[in-house]
Design a protein around this ligand. Structure first.
Ligand code: KIV
Length: 273
């Protein structure tokens, strides 16, 4: 029987994620960016919450993740930390905060961890950011890697299409995954790559892999919360399963409120002092 159910109130740590991989239990991760949603996601039994830089899209309305800043990530992550009691909280390092100078990367990493209370950081990329990952790990901060479609490189890729279709890119991904494990990363996100490749990488690694658009062979799955709750209208990639249609539920509830106010039906006698 699973020991990682909603009834299991023990705090999820990076060590527990590793134990889940070791015993073959899948890891469920979702994004969250605010206190209220973090409370709900945590209460539903999620293993890990990613305060993703997808907040740039979902919360701030930017078309890419590039504009979000370290301080904005800290605001989102600290709100999530206050809302979630059980899940492991992982925060994305935003674009520009770790790709250049590794000393600057460490300073930003320490700043995010100190100010937000997040327990781990996620960085996009492989060999190119090796020095930054080494320094952050040496400071005792757990690092989750992220390979495949790395949205902070959207301008290099020219879009958000499937990655690692060709042999050369697939081989680099495998090499990077092994390197990230060797450095000491505790887990690895694999985004939008062929399912066969994701399974192969997951079988080759001892650390857990968490997939998004990478098939069922990874050790866990992650989705953007608003996407899986159906709050993001037209966004319907093949990999996304919508578990609710909250756009409809919310607009209908608000429409009813507007009608009630206009009709002087709200508030009624029982709803006033
Ligand atoms: O920012 C994010 O939400 C992510 C996930 C899509 C993995 O990085």
């Amino acid at each position: 029987m699973s020991t990682n159910t909603v009834d299991d109130k023990r705090k999820v740590t990076t060590v527990r994620l590793q134990q889940m991989k070791d015993r073959g239990e899948k890891i469920a991760m979702l994004t969250a960016y605010d206190y209220s949603m973090a409370q709900l996601v945590d209460a539903a039994g999620i293993d890990a919450i990613l305060v993703g830089d997808s907040a740039a899209n979902v919360m701030a309305g930017y078309s890419t993740t590039l504009p979000i800043t370290v301080d904005e990530m800290i605001t989102y992550a600290s709100s999530v930390v206050r809302g979630a009691k059980r899940a492991l909280i992982v925060c994305d390092m935003p674009f520009g905060s770790y790709q250049g100078n590794s000393e600057v990367a460490l300073a930003n990493a320490v700043h995010i961890i100190k100010e937000s209370g997040a327990e781990a950081l996620k960085l996009e990329g492989g060999a190119e950011i090796r020095e930054s990952i080494e320094r952050i790990l040496a400071a005792g901060i757990p690092v989750m890697g992220h390979l495949g479609l790395t949205p902070q490189s959207v301008n290099k890729f020219g879009g958000y299409g499937l990655r690692a279709k060709g042999e050369a890119e697939a081989q680099k991904l495998i090499d990077d995954a092994l390197m990230l494990q060797e450095l000491g990363c505790f887990a690895l996100v694999l985004e939008k790559i062929p399912a066969d490749l994701a399974r192969k990488v997951s079988e080759a690694l001892t650390i857990p892999t968490i997939g998004i658009g990478a098939g069922s062979g990874t050790d866990g799955q992650v989705l953007v919360l608003q996407d899986m709750l159906g709050m993001n209208g037209g966004f319907a990639p093949k990999f996304l399963r919508k578990y609710a249609d909250l756009s409809q539920v919310i607009t209908s509830a608000i429409g009813n409120y507007v009608s009630d106010v206009k009709a002087v039906d709200f508030p009624n006698e029982n709803e006033q002092y």
